[in-house]
Design a protein around this ligand. Sequence first.
Ligand code: MN
Ligand code: MN
Length: 285
Amino acid sequence: MREFPDYFADAEQSFDDARFVIFGVPYDSTSSFRFGSRLAPAEIRKASWNFESFDIFTSIDLSEIPIHDLGNLEVEDKSVLEMVQEVERVSERIIRKGKFPIALGGEHSISIGVVESLKDAFILVLDAHLDFRERYEDNPYSHACTIRRITDRVGVDNVLAVGIRSAGRDELDDARREGLRFMTSRDLRKEGAEGVMDRISGDKVYISLDFDVIDPSFAPGVSTPEPFGLRPDEVIEIIKGLSDRICGFDLVEVCPAYDTGITSVLAAKIVRMVISEVWKNKYMG
Ligand code: MN
Ligand code: MN
């Protein structure tokens, strides 16, 4: 493949003048099946150069949107708690300046750090897995505990999980007892994006996209693949429906070692679609 710059395509604005700030969190130390999501930020950036800067659907040219790429945080050798705190520090800085954070994982535990800096937002998590264990492999900050840790921070009423099709029995009992609202992949197929909109309140919505919510036939290169998942267009319908109130976004659990390139290309495209839809419907509209 041709050599490209090491930043996300069209992210050529300075930090100060940018509206969107992308940063990579190359961290995967709690992964429980496949390792290697720490390599995803670099692969997704590479894949981003595949596309035209002009987006035919929104008629927006991404080169005209002020986007900055902060590079990767230096977290690879840190403990998961130190990593979460570093993510919080960086996203806090982005949010305080009124900018839109886009975090590229890494494993799902990175999202806890972003949510930590966005406690007044409604959190929509797209995931195949319920991620509601109190601890996993003795670690409360494992990727398998992410939704639980998020509800600790924003309250269970401000979280919705969508695309769920895998949970442990005790984990599911716990989630029901605590009142976590979720839609399975079948619920979503039945109700569509409107079903998601109906369950979301408030004018600030953060989206955490665990890429394994998408069916492995579209996104094989993920850390914990789970069949019978969503189609990419179902994810895009949800993003479009919320685009005038999304306040931040992360994309996690892409695992390049198990990918032929299809997963990182889809991930890069979805990041670009989030940016163009939010730019059009929130900042221009
Ligand atoms: Mn997850
Ligand atoms: Mn998952």
